[in-house]
Write a protein that binds this ligand. Sequence first.
Ligand code: ZN
Length: 269
Amino acid sequence: MKRLLLGLLMTVISIPVMAQQSDYPANYASAPRFKALVAYDPHAEEAHVQFDKQAVNFFHKLSYGEGYLMDVIDDMEKFPTSYDQLKEYSIIIMLNAMPGGKERRDAFERYMENGGGWLGFHASAYNDKDTHWDWFNKFVGCGTFLCNNWPPQPALVDCDTNDNPVTYTLPSQFVVPASEFYQWSPSPRSNPDVEILMSISPKMYPFGIKDVVNFGDFPIVWTNKKYRMVYINQGHGDESFIDATQNLLFTNAFRWVVSKDPTGNPFEK
Ligand code: ZN
């Protein structure tokens, strides 16, 4: 009994001593550390707007405690038309939308060419013969939209690498929640500037019920190494945020883009 009491006493007094002896590992910077701009188009198809609103909520929760300041644009007509307005943001998160009109596109292009950060979901990379924005095609690193599975389904995905910070903490293979997934022509894998981070597993073929994708290279998450950007193909419907592993992917991608801010890594300030 005496030994037990002594043991308890040592446990109680050892905690503050330990805390004094080592540097506390957390870094409590004065918040907020940076600014993020989140943009979506409320007039997009319903399943995209469902995702977009959940994504706004997801990134808003990540900002709790004013870790960062977040501005939300829910009308693409209000997307900034000048580089000076954009450059205050460490990251622009595009939810199923892209800037339209020459002024907005020029401002965004200048922002990205000068070290801007971009995290794009799903239709934010959609482009075809009617997009008429050659620079964007080079920036996003893929070809034009080729085909998709339908309806939205969960999918087995492979991490092409677990060495990149975006996938470092993820399993090499896991199932992501239901979404519509796009294939591109040509595949972004054929672009030497692109690092593919995640792909639909070939085990999914034939993938789809109404619209069936039977074969082909199927990257869904990548970065164009010439820019501070990550593209994530998920982003359709209301199930994208039900899975902790996929939420970690989203957080990792967001954090990595921000961490490479040319003015310094905000998380180390
Ligand atoms: Zn979609």
